[in-house]
Design a binder for this molecule. Sequence first.
Ligand code: SF4
Length: 943
Amino acid sequence: MTEPVAAPLHPVAQELAASQGGLKSYPPVERWEDWEEYDPVAWPQKVKRRYSLIPTICFNCEAGCGLLAYVDRETLAIQKFEGNPAHPGSRGRNCAKGPATLNQVTDPERIRYPLRRVGPRGGGRWERVTWDDVLDDIGGRIRKALVEGRQREVMYHLGRPGHELVYLQRVFHAWGIDGHNSHTNVCSASARAGYAFWHGMDRPSPDHANARFILLLSSHLETGHYFNPHAQRIIEAKARGAKIAVFDTRLSNTASMADWWLAPWPGSESAVLLAMAHILVREKLYDREFVRRWVNWDEYLREERPDLPVEFESFERAIDELYRHFTPEFAEAESGVAAAAIVEIAREIGRAGSALATHIWRNTAAGNLGGWQVARALELIVVLMGAVGTPGGTAPSAWNKAVPAPPMMPPPGKIWSELLMPREYPLAFFEMSFLLPHFLREGRGKLAMYFTRVYNPVWTNPDGMSWIEALTDEAKVERHACLTPIWSETAWFADFVLPMGHASERHDLMSQETHAARWIGFRQPVLRVALERTGKRFDFTWQAHEAAGIGQVWEEDEFWIELSWRIDPDGSLGIRKYFESPYRAGEKLRIEEQYRWMFENSVPGLPEAAAKEKLTPLEYMRKYGAFLIEDGVYRTHEQTPPARELDGATVDPTTNVVVKGGQAVGVEIDGRRHIGFPTPSRKLEFFSKTLKAWKWPEQAVPNYIRSHVHWSNLDRAKGEMVLLPTFRLPTLIHTRSGNAKWLYELSHTNPLWLHPEDATRLGVATGDLLKIATRIGHFVDTVWVTESVRPGVVACSHHLGRWRLHEDAGGERWSTALVDLRRLDAGKWRMRQLHGPRPFASADPDSSRIWWNEAGVHQNLTFPVQPDPVSGQHCWHQKVTVTRPGPDDRYGDVFVDTDKSFEVYREWLALARPAPGPGNLRRPLWLPRAFKPDVSAYRLDGE
Ligand code: SF4
């Protein structure tokens, strides 16, 4: 079964010429200022209309695709959004969500003015206030907390990210707080952790367009991360003959287009990947020279195999022995994937050589206990093939991103918040955000000021009823401001609802690892730009929006500058100076000055490119909306460190790490110095000394951890199954698409996928109802009987089930069901849908044409928190009992017991292995952490 292939392409695979995948036809840039086309609405008459085409960046997912807003030169209204052909990542293309930005801008239901609650929190009564009222209230509270030494009581919780990440690092470091809380541990922390233990950077950046073999664990082409930029490059590779294999328990759109669809039992993917890795090792299909040079095999031998000489040949023997029990037959028994397919794919990977593009993001990594080891196992295959940063290979993300430095970066504060990074989870890759209600319930702290920013934890997170309980407790959360473009379930429980702009209504910088290049994209407030081109001037973007007729919708960048001045009006707290103009001493920073400074000083090549067109760098970015800094970025680890870093540096005789001033700056290999990887060994860490030292010695090498939903944990006779709730719909995006009418016309149901064998056992057909019970409650949904999912597994998209509590307020009526939410008893909650979307009267005639009447079912409410003890990721997959509903059960019903959810939290907490680690530290110093505090805050001394 496992004879070697005749002619492996190693050690160096043939490198393919870069593909050219841009659009063939689009408005030429020189005519963007005055573009003319016929009005489609006037057809069959040929009525010409003239537009300014103003670039910006889509805000709907993290991919950061370019958009071109067609602004009518006469009315100054946005007519439509199309792709920006000058954008290096998206190359003029968008998915359905990009053009639907127009719906978000023109939605008659959108929030137009700052609102303050009246009456009890969650009561649903609001009054309009001014931005000054808001800033004075919040600024005063934060100032008081800072002056009184309550820095840990100021917290910001982020959903949709962007380069506000660096922007806000500047803000929060200036305030001296450790208050940045992200959504990442309900999203991607697990895969990120797996990558970081390998190479110190937290994502893969596949060079799909040039790949010979594409191996995807998730459904990236159609429904996953980096949807459009990756999808278009995968399609190019496929057209050029690349093979594609997709692991997904459910037949995703991507899998349906692949050469192999592997549908493993959820959580068994590592077993399959390690079996493939072992075939590569045993059949000597791997890139021996790459592994010898770049893997920390010597460290592994010294620590784990003292019986062997520290020689590469010993490592080859050791790794063969280590994975010998991962036979294709063992993997088949664990996963249900045929052994023959495992062998066939491993050999195809062997033939692809270093042109192997891979990706994993949510899906199995985010679903399973130990999901981070799936990323470790996948990257083992990439490393064995020498496909790290090669043409057609898989690079670490940071090599393909650009993060321009802002003016004046404050030093980090000396504060550590255990509400964000508790000592139980020293290796958690991001903040333990989804446990906040339980931390507050346990009395670990309180919040004087809590911001949610484009984030909807009540709806998005597991255990949303516990969030409602926490957010309505004013002793625990004293002030809650929700910065949001649209209504959300969480906004309902805020004190302030603050309207923030969509893609075309804000400034921001984006840069993502879409391919082997580094670029930046510039998000800009299109209507403000259009108005300013007519000679008008505004201090704030909300003033421009008011002039444009969309109310006082603001943008966060200016909000934080203004708020920082309110916190420290006279500069005595040392905060204000970071928000003063770099061009006008002592004056308040204007947002265009911030970007002007960054484009002039922090983007290599941009000033020169702008000068060629007789533009300033800011004018260049306003015109094109994007800039390609570097193309064809490959093998960054091989580069020599800068001479200034090597001057006076020494080489550790055991590890060959190049050290200067106590800091590793590179690694010496075969007598040459390279920058390597940002790991302790500066190499790819097959063996993680960090995991061993921090109490996880059995997981120090890529391994297979049996998931909490492993088949052996299920009693099928009792109706127990696994629920996969992690997949997206390609046309929706969490809360943010809630006011995009075109998208909800396309997708408005999330039925339960059920295999025909299980349907027969349960006696149901498509359209029937089923009741799905978790540890803490249940929900009721309709069934879709399909062979697209494994027997024993059910699947339900998390992109639907939006709800509102009042008929006319609190949720966009395109997307939400009206519900009755009741607390039946202490901790016992029941939600029942009263009706789904219906036609309604508004300024938009489409609102009277709503024909769909379902909003889907909100399953996440019924999930307990299940934090992985290493990565901190919420393990989304659920062991459920699936039964026919009773006479009182109705479509969309949800029941939850929050006391039980607290019990489950405590059970999972008991799996953790808390700090301190070596040196009495809370967390390894080298391990990435967003908004890293000062080193002194890492020590547990003196507490
Ligand atoms: S993939 Fe779609 S939603 Fe994401 S940024 Fe691009 S156009 Fe927007």
